[in-house]
Design a protein around this ligand. Structure first.
Ligand SMILES: NC(=O)c1ccc[n+]([C@@H]2O[C@H](COP(=O)([O-])OP(=O)(O)OC[C@H]3O[C@@H](n4cnc5c(N)ncnc54)[C@H](O)[C@@H]3O)[C@@H](O)[C@H]2O)c1
Length: 249
């Protein structure tokens, strides 16, 4: 049994994760964290993790990037592994997360879906083979999403950049000029209740290849986060990602 603390328990993802944990025999939620305490849960829910009495095997975070310093402090003091699923971290927050991983296991992925992580691997391969094709990434999300572009779009862009030269372009309205060869265009669409769509277009001379992923439910992220928590519980310190998890499947 893997004992979990869920950070952001009263948010959209926290709620999906809570239901999934209730229906999964191998995991148990022993505490929740949220600045909005909402209705009582079956387990203690607090706004400050240090108020929790029980120690967990792992924390899953789906709250807000600005909560990372508190979670890092809690993880270090209680030696609890953390799955950072939250997106939009600043450079300072990312450095803090990296430092924390020197002492406790940390799992970080801007997208917890196995499908998207496989898409990222396919994109890397396509970007290397189609090295003179123009790459454009289009992401679509619901109208409540705060950060743009999505952490996943940046993760895909980084995968392209890992195999060829690339300059991110988010906005072509400022300058009147032709597209440069090394540009990686990243475009954000916001509307309605779209769970998450990512499409990568490789546009060449007279041919276009597109690779896309559509999330039809938030459950795919919750399932991935539970897998990630099981993966890092009891492991050595270090920074782990979906790539490590996929390698082990
Ligand atoms: N990695 C992934 O696969 C994945 C998938 C979906 C969402 N996300 C990310 O997860 C995060 C949460 O997404 P959501 O759609 O559930 O958002 P949400 O706004 O519905 O929920 C966030 C919850 O966190 C709480 N919260 C905010 N600031 C807090 C703080 N400082 N301390 C404690 N609790 C705090 C809020 O009260 C809320 O209940 C976002 O960053 C989102 O981009 C990641």
């Amino acid at each position: 049994m893997v004992r979990l603390i869920i950070s952001g328990i009263n948010g959209k993802m926290g709620k999906v994760l809570e239901t999934m944990c209730e229906n999964t025999d191998s995991v148990e939620i022993i505490g929740g964290i949220d600045i909005n305490l909402g209705v009582p849960h079956k387990f203690p829910t607090v706004s400050d993790p240090f108020e929790l009495q029980d120690k967990a095997d792992a924390i899953i975070d789906f709250s807000h990037h600005s909560f990372a310093p508190v979670l890092c402090r809690y993880a270090l003091e209680t030696k609890t592994p953390v799955v950072f699923s939250t997106t939009g971290h600043s450079d300072d927050e990312l450095n803090m997360i990296r430092d924390t991983s020197k002492t406790v296991p940390v799992f970080k992925s801007a997208n917890m879906s196995l499908g998207v992580n496989l898409l990222t691997e396919l994109v890397k391969k396509a970007a290397a083979v189609l090295n003179d094709f123009d790459v454009e990434i289009i992401e679509k999300h619901h109208n409540q999403k705060i950060d743009a572009p999505s952490g996943t779009a940046l993760m895909i862009a980084e995968a392209v950049k890992s195999v060829r030269d690339g300059e991110y372009v988010f906005d072509r309205t400022k300058e009147k000029k032709k597209r440069e060869k090394n540009e990686i265009g990243i475009h954000s669409v916001r509307g309605g209740t779209i769970v998450g769509e990512h499409e990568v277009i490789f546009a060449g001379n007279n041919e276009i290849i597109s690779i896309s992923h559509t999330a039809q439910s938030r459950e795919i992220f919750a399932a991935g986060a539970i897998r990630a928590a099981k993966f890092i519980a009891g492991r050595q310190n270090g920074m782990y990602s979906m790539e490590d998890l996929i390698k082990e499947i």
